[in-house]
Design a protein around this ligand. Structure first.
Ligand code: GLN
Length: 542
């Protein structure tokens, strides 16, 4: 059977949650036995978000095959529990890059290369790519940005063309809009939705289903009005209320029968009776915690929680697994110092030091790590957080004064974290880090081994700097051991302390592999350690 296609567009404003709606619909279709994937088409000109500041676009999500992608791919993986890949995130930059490279090659010799048909042909080719793999019954494409934006036009035009080219009943367009609530008038307003649907229609795309974000229930009369003005059936006006957690949204969409509408329009029959049992069990555990802990997230992008999206979601999965409410306290590392670290951290049950780049906030992270090391507070370091743990230990325990990462101090006498050999010649910034999944072997008898319960793991990376093996022996003598090593190149992937109840730091990003169905063991055990710490209530030194 050929794949069916669902296109999700957005109007009125950004941040309406197209990614969550797409992931929720995909979950419902998956629960009916369909194999589903989701892809994101972003209208910006960057080839990928890898070069974007987290303040600009939130976290950069990395796939197994090493693509630096939009954070929505994280939601897709967390909801569906299947990995995404390079092909799941396309940008205007990638499309143009391909077309221009082809032009230089002579592929269009003699022709004027134009947005229509050359750019739109390339967009269409990519829109259909995953469907043609034969792996998926349904491909959902989320089109980033808002209808009416200059940048989105070629994408909408490509959807228009495809709607004509694909067999009838093989595609559906879902348009996500906002019904603002005017407090003074005491009512929801439909006009922005009408305008948004009109501009989509002007571009030649008539939506089949409207998903309307709203802070209040949409009365039946209003649904009828929207249907009348927007050329959709009343039962295709779907209400999307604000939810307590994003993980409620599949159930809310189920209640609104979004999945049934889609299936009917695509002329599909469910492969199995809808089964959301494990999802509901997860929600049950999430909403009925028996424990509560406070965990500090120390980083420098804390003003924008989206910058640590996957870490925050991993805590939600791990919290549910432990039936524990995890309160995350974000702490700006830039302002942490020896004098105030006690104040910020002494009530914490565990501390996570986040990934990051550059000097800003680096010394504050070291202070946080010294504090948790000395006070036996559970600690998880991720990527830069691991590199900080190594620097802190080298300086304060192994006696290597002024040890540093060469990222922060190229002149350090003790470069305990140094640029990888393969990185030394690299001058371009985009897509040149150590990216994607690599194998790691965990040593028997270590904490890391007991956490994973196996010795061979695969985790995702995104960094240029590495543990410098010249210092391994010295650090191990003092009690920081390498418990995970890449078997192919000997690079240290996990370190831990032997004389600390729970101090684990990884060069890779465990948060990129945690899903609702498979909460990541590092986070699960870290939260467990926090619960234990909370109960034993150690007295801390200032
Ligand atoms: N800046 C560090 C490096 O490039 C860590 C990167 C990260 O935390 N993702 O190695």
């Amino acid at each position: 059977m050929a794949s069916k296609y669902i296109f999700v567009t957005g109007g009125v404003t950004s941040s309406l949650g197209k990614g969550i709606i797409s992931a929720s619909l995909a979950k419902l279709l998956q629960a009916r036995g369909f194999s589903v994937t989701i892809q994101k088409f972003d209208p910006y000109i960057n080839i990928d978000p890898g070069t974007l500041n987290p303040y600009e676009h939130g976290e950069c999500f990395v796939t197994d095959d090493g693509a630096e992608t939009d954070l929505d791919l994280g939601h897709y993986e967390r909801f569906l529990n299947i990995p995404t890949s390079q092909a799941n995130n396309v940008t205007t930059g990638k499309i143009y890059h391909h077309v221009i490279t082809e032009e230089r090659r002579g592929a269009y010799l003699g022709k004027t290369v134009q947005v229509v048909p050359h750019i739109t042909d390339e967009i269409k080719r990519r829109l259909l790519l995953l469907g043609q793999s034969g792996e998926f019954d349904i491909v959902i494409t989320e089109i980033g940005g808002c209808v009416g934006d200059i940048e989105s036009l070629p994408f909408i035009e490509s959807v228009r063309q495809l709607r004509w080219e694909l067999p009838a009943n093989d595609s559906v367009v879902i348009h996500l809009t906002l019904l603002p609530y005017l407090k003074a008038a005491g009512e929801l307003k439909t006009k922005p939705t009408q305008h948004s649907v009109r501009s989509l229609s002007e571009a030649g795309v008539q939506p089949d289903i409207l998903v309307c974000r709203s802070e209040h229930p949409i009365p039946v009369e209003m649904r009828k009005k929207i249907a009348l003005f927007c050329n959709v059936k009343v039962n295709s006006v779907i209400e999307s209320l604000d939810a307590d957690t994003i993980y409620d949204v599949p159930l809310l969409m189920r209640k609104e029968k979004l999945d049934e509408q889609v299936i009917k329009k695509l002329k599909l029959t469910s492969k199995q009776e809808l089964n959301l049992d494990t999802w509901k069990e997860f929600l049950g555990r999430l909403k009925n915690p028996t424990e509560e802990v406070h965990i500090a997230l120390v980083g420098k992008y804390v003003e924008l929680p989206d910058a640590y999206k996957s870490i925050i979601e991993s805590f939600i999965h791990a919290g549910a697994q432990n039936e524990c409410k995890v309160n995350i306290h974000t702490i700006q590392s830039e302002y942490l110092n020896r004098d105030n670290v006690y104040h910020h951290l002494h009530e914490m049950d565990a501390v996570l030091v986040a990934p990051g780049f550059g000097q800003r906030g680096f010394e504050g992270k070291l202070e946080a790590i010294r504090f948790v090391r000395e006070n036996q507070i559970p600690f998880l370091g991720i990527c830069l957080g691991m590199q900080c743990a190594v620097v802190e230990f080298a300086r304060n325990v192994a006696g290597l004064t002024d040890a540093a990462s060469t990222e922060m101090n190229p002149e350090t006498p003790y470069p305990v974290i140094d640029l990888m050999e393969s990185q030394k010649e690299v001058t371009e910034k985009g897509g040149t880090m150590r990216l994607g999944a690599y194998i790691c072997e965990l040593k028997k008898g270590t904490k890391a081994y007991s956490i994973y319960g196996k010795n061979r793991i695969s985790e995702r990376h995104r960094h240029r700097y590495e543990f410098n093996n010249q210092y391994l022996e010295k650090l191990e003598q003092h009690g920081m051991i390498a418990s995970g090593i890449n078997p192919d190149n000997g690079l240290v992937e996990v370190v831990e302390l032997t004389n600390h109840p729970w101090f684990v730091a990884a060069q890779y990003h465990p948060e990129l592999k945690s899903t609702v169905q498979n909460p990541h063991p590092l986070f699960v055990k870290f939260v467990k350690a926090a619960i234990h710490h909370h109960k034993t209530n150690n007295i801390l030194v200032k």
